[in-house]
Each structure stands twice: as structure tokens, then as C-alpha cells.
Design a protein. Sequence first.
Length: 485
Amino acid sequence: NSPCLADLENESAISLNEQDVEHFQSILGDAGVVTDQHSMQPYNRDWMGKYEGSSSLALRPKTTQQVSQILAHCNQRRLAVVPQGGNTGLVGGSIPVFDEVVLSTSAMRQITSFDEVSGVLVCQAGCVLEALDQHVAEHGFTMPLDLGAKGSCQIGGNVSTNAGGLRLLRYGSLHGTVLGLEAVLADGTVVDTLQTLRKDNTGYDLKQLFIGAEGTLGVVTAVSLLCPPRPPAVHAAYLAVPDFVTVQKTFRRARQRLGEVLSAFEFLDQQALDLTLSVMPSVKNPLPDTQAPFYLVVETSGSNAAHDYEKLEGFLEEAFEEGLVTDGTIAQDSGQVASIWNLRENISVALQHKGPTYKYDLSMPVPEMYGLVEEMRARLAHLPVTVVGYGHLGDGNLHLNIAAESYNEELRKQIEPYVYEWTAARRGSISAEHGLGAMKADCIGYSKAPAAVALMMQIKALFDPHKILNPYKVLPQQALSEQLA
Ligand code: FAD
Ligand code: 2HG
Ligand code: ZN
């Protein structure tokens, strides 16, 4: 195991000592400092069981001030730190690579304010997404993002990964809905840009740098978010479609016919459906008597249930008449809507049950997207793997997942860098919404030009000159060491 080093410059081994732990105890009290080996396990292992670190210390601050004191000490001692939220990330970003100190935001769960006129929510970074949604629901609002991990992911983690999710089509990305944030830099400086304003053109928009920075530029401690009114009428349809060209035609038709009430347009292939149903008996098949290569989840959200239903029905009738869909059903009540979403949201969970899964989160022009799934299926046909494709079609985001018997280098090399090269050749992104983390830190060049990566390095050096924050993540390690040499 490498030492807990952040100082790549002199490569000296900087290990945590007893005085460090005592210092953290003096800031947080005993309850905020986790050292017991057994209790450390969940902080060292990711959701997929793919990444495992060997940290011996997790810190659980409750306030921004405590985060600031922790980081000031780590910076001065050159102790590397991994910010961790709900630990649901899918690229190994929240897990120590070696024995970095884990800074968990799980105890930062205060909701500071909610403004019923503007819909602006201000809260600490450790608030769980679903809890926030329940809170704003009491005031007639909804969170502008939703994802399968809502029960455990935290808003600080969502912001730090710039999570997309199921309703990005409707509400846009967090780059638009985050109005302000508070972050602590590596040296303990608190950067308070926790504005609640829709419009604020005073200088550079610094908060944008922290959105999607995956904990490499600072620790996000609080967030101010714009929440839309909760739509009183939500409908969902589940459709069977004969081929991928028709999937695209159906999307065009849905946008034309459903217009402003369209709130999600998701797809899954037959293999994703079969796998999910086979390992998760609790998931119901909305079309049990139908077999098709592709299925769509189409959701509408609006203010007039009868009007929206009529629109969805009209769209479906037209889609049938034009031969776009071979079968379809519209949910008749909120239970059925939830059941359709339960299927879609559980695909990742099912893959996890099935076995170790290689995940690729790609965006590219929609017409090209499914070709990659087919190519990978052919390329890996001789191996005991299941290749599935699903994702946020409305956002041009494919989730290519390859469930295997084990994580092994030989298999990985058959997939990578092929998938990245394929994506880069189409000017796609090798990380649409999950981030680069540890998994793709050395792969950023497939989607970003050298000059852009060089600028990112300079920003990193400015914000975190000693590289204590989430080292070995996001930026290529070779280039990072060269820059420091
Ligand atoms: P973590 O996993 O704890 O951390 C993620 C990254 O952010 C790490 O690099 C970490 O160091 C950093 N970080 C965390 N908190 C902070 C902070 N306060 N300050 C600075 N850095 C921080 N993602 C999507 O985009 N769309 C989806 O639809 C989606 N669905 C998912 C479904 C499931 C079942 C699962 C398991 C994951 C899914 N994800 C999805 C991936 C994941 O990115 C999100 O779950 C979520 O945004 C991560 O939040 P978290 O609190 O768990 O962060
Ligand atoms: C989803 O859309 C998530 O379900 C997870 O982003 C995707 O597991 C995946 O690959
Ligand atoms: Zn997704």
C-alpha cells in the first residue's frame, strides 16, 4: 500500500499519526472521528464493490467551520483527503485509492431555508436527495433532479458529480439549477457563493467550477438550488418498439406531440429488461405478453391531468398508427406510474445482483448510440458476459453495461480503450453524467483537447497547490506528476 501522500512533489511518505487523530478529535469530538477497522469498511468500499481503499480514518464534520479546520490541518500536513457523500458514485471517485482520509458529509444534514415564492432551497451538502424532495414536496415543489440512488445519494455528491438523472430533459442540468454554493478550499478557505439569485453577473461564476469537480477543487458544504413547482399531474407510458431507428422516430414524435409536458424519455433494450426481471422478482413487467428489442418510458408532467392524459393517449394512438410502437400501455394511477419507474430505476441494481459489471456512461449523437452496444455484443460474444444498453435517450446518454463473472484485467482490456476510442471518433463524451473518478482519470483526453486539460491542471494547481483533494481522480496522473516535476 502506498502511503497517505498528497505531496507528489517530493514523494515523501506522509502518514497519519496519533497527533493528527487527536487534533481531529479536538475539532469533532470522538463521535465525529471513525478509526475502528470494522466501522471503516463502508467508507472504503464503493456501491459496486469494484473499488476498495484502505483508509484508517473517516471524519464526520457537522459544520462548515469544522470542514475548514480539518482541511487546513490536512493541507498543512499534506494529508490527502477524499470527500465522500452517499457513496453511490459509479466511477470510484468517493473511495480512497490508498489510505487517504475520508471526509464524509453524512452528518451535514441541515436544511437552512426554503422560499415558497422563489422555490429556492438552501441546505447543507449531506442532505439526502429523497429527504430534500420530501421537504420541498410539503410546500408544493419538487427537486430539479431525480435518480435511482435518491434514497442515499446526497446533494453535495450530486452537485460534485453534476448528476443528470431521469428528469434532466425537463429541468436541465445542475449547472442551471444550482444558484449558489459554499465550498471549502484545500487550505481551509471558505468560499461563500451561496447566492439565492436567479441573476448575478458579478464576475466569474465560480460555483460552476465546483459543479462536476468530483471533490478535486474543494469540499462543497452547502448548496442553494432552484426547485420547480411539483407538477400535480404525472403520467407515464411504457412502449415496445421494433428497432432503434424507430426509437428515434418515436422520440421526435413525442417531442412534437407532447411538447412542454414531456418530462422524461428513457430507453432500455430487451437484454436489460430480461436481466432485470430475471434477478428482481419485485419488478413487474408492464407488458408481460410482449417481446420487442426496445422499450421506452415516456413521462409527462403538467398541471392538468385530463389534458395531459389526452395528449399522451393521442401520441400513443398516432405512434400505433404509424407503426412506431408494437405495443404500449399508459399507467392508470400513481401506483402504475411508480411501477414503470421501478423497472427503469432498478436496471443498475439488477446488474449489480447479476454480477460484477463494467459500466460505460457515454453521450453521443443518438443515431450512432446503439451501434456501440451491438458491436460490443459481437466483440464479446465468446465470453460469459451480458451486454445491455439503456439510458436517457432524450439526453443522448447511453449506459452500456457489461455484466461479467468477475472484474478481470483481460476482460477490461477487451472493452477499453475500444469503447473510449469508438466514442471519441464520434466526438462523444466518455463521461456523460457519472464523472471520471478513479476509473477514467487517465482517459479525459478522449473527450477533452490537450489545451483544455492543461487549463484544468492550472485550475487544480491554483485551488489545491499541494494536491491533497481527491488525488488520483479526474485528471491524468502522468500529466499531473509531469506538471509538478
Ligand atoms: P459520492 O458517491 O459519495 O461521491 C461522488 C463524487 O463526488 C466523489 O468524487 C466524491 O469525492 C465527490 N463528493 C461527494 N460529496 C462531495 C462534497 N460535498 N464536496 C466535494 N466533493 C464531493 N448518476 C447520474 O448522474 N444519473 C443517474 O441517473 C444515476 N443513477 C444512479 C442510480 C444508482 C442505483 C446508483 C448507485 C448511482 C446512480 N448515479 C447516477 C451515480 C451517482 O453519481 C449519483 O448517485 C450521485 O450523484 C452521487 O452522489 P453521492 O452523494 O453518493 O456521492
Ligand atoms: C441510471 O441512469 C444510472 O440508471 C446508472 O445513471 C447507470 O448503472 C448505470 O450504468
Ligand atoms: Zn443515468
